[in-house]
Design a protein around this ligand. Structure first.
Ligand SMILES: O=C(O)CCC(=O)C(=O)O
Ligand SMILES: [Fe+2]
Length: 309
């Protein structure tokens, strides 16, 4: 049986509702748990590769332990300590707006400043404001395909340094509090990795763009030129045609392929509380179109580090 037939057999196509043309599908009538049959897990994996981000409503039965058990079925969990987070259980990251929750209102690939950054994230809506607090994902394989061939070839050749030393030049309106938060985190830990701007997806073979707010600079490109290149490629990544926007309800779960997407948590809910819990699944070291692997340049943890996205 081919993969599509296998998925159809377990999760009927009528239960897969696309949420945008190029990315994102809602999967209906599946109750996520650690006990799902292997075939259902394989179907979920297949749908994830196809749609890049998949959404499940009404998963209110999940608590952290069960979310973690389900996530474990998708791969090895990343212990929070190695990602630099302090809140949550061993591997569940809590993002709580009322408790200095990290700001994720920048386009980013999760933890892209390490070499083998997580491949899949499982995020559960725990407290969701009545209005606002959506998350937007973009399809970085579609963004690559959208580039005219000469720009694809340019991207294929480029490498960029990703760092958790946040470059505030890329944020529209950083607050003093944000700056302080990141500066404090930085004195505790520092990561820097050179990634190819185009990686070959290890499962689909697709070429995907690896950029986002952790990029410090391009290798061998002066900063001034680099900023323009960054803006050019990011404008394709974040083009509305390549995105899907999810309006959360409590109990929703979103699962994304961090190798083929970037995302942005919209910060438009003022002082309202918003809490989401996330499990991260171990990823592979990216490989460029000419077969070279990403290289970690700096890795230093001085003491218990802060939260990360
Ligand atoms: O709060 C959200 O919707 C997403 C936060 C985020 O960037 C993440 O969980 O990786
Ligand atoms: Fe994130």
């Amino acid at each position: 049986m081919n993969e599509t037939a296998l998925i159809d057999n377990v999760i009927p196509r009528t239960d897969v509702v696309k949420r945008a043309t190029r990315i994102g599908a809602e999967i209906r009538n599946v109750k996520l748990s650690g006990d799902l049959p292997g075939q259902t897990i394989a179907a979920i994996n297949g749908l994830l590769l196809e749609h890049k981000v998949i959404f499940f409503r009404d998963q209110g039965h999940l608590d952290d332990a069960e979310q973690e058990r389900f996530a474990l079925r998708l791969g090895r969990l990343v212990p929070l300590a190695t990602l630099g987070a302090t809140k949550g259980t061993m591997s569940m990251l809590e993002i709580d707006s009322a408790r200095g929750g990290i700001r994720a209102d920048n386009w980013h690939i999760d933890v892209a400043y390490v070499d083998a950054y997580p491949k899949i994230l499982v995020l559960r809506g725990v407290v969701i404001p009545p209005v606002g607090g959506d998350t937007v994902w973009s399809n970085t394989a579609a963004a690559y395909l959208d580039l005219p061939p000469p720009l694809q070839r340019l991207a294929d050749d480029l490498w960029a340094v990703h760092s958790n030393a946040f470059d505030f030049a890329v944020i529209a309106r950083p607050s003093e509090a944000d700056k302080k938060l990141y500066e404090e985190a930085l004195t505790r830990m520092r990561f820097e990795t050179e990634h190819p701007v185009v990686r070959v997806h290890p499962e689909t073979g697709e070429r995907t763009l690896v950029l986002g707010c952790y990029v410090k600079h391009f290798v061998d490109i002066p900063k001034y030129d680099g900023q323009r290149l960054f803006d050019l490629f990011e404008s394709h990544i974040t083009a509305p045609e390549n995105t899907v926007r999810w309006n959360w309800k409590q109990g929703d779960v979103a699962i994304w392929d961090n190798r083929a997407t970037t995302h942005y948590a919209v910060k438009d809910y003022g002082d309202q509380r918003r809490v989401v819990h996330r499990a991260a699944i171990d990823g592979e070291v990216p490989v460029s179109v000419d077969g070279r692997c990403s290289v970690a340049r700096v890795k230093a943890i001085k003491q218990a580090p802060a939260n990360v996205v």
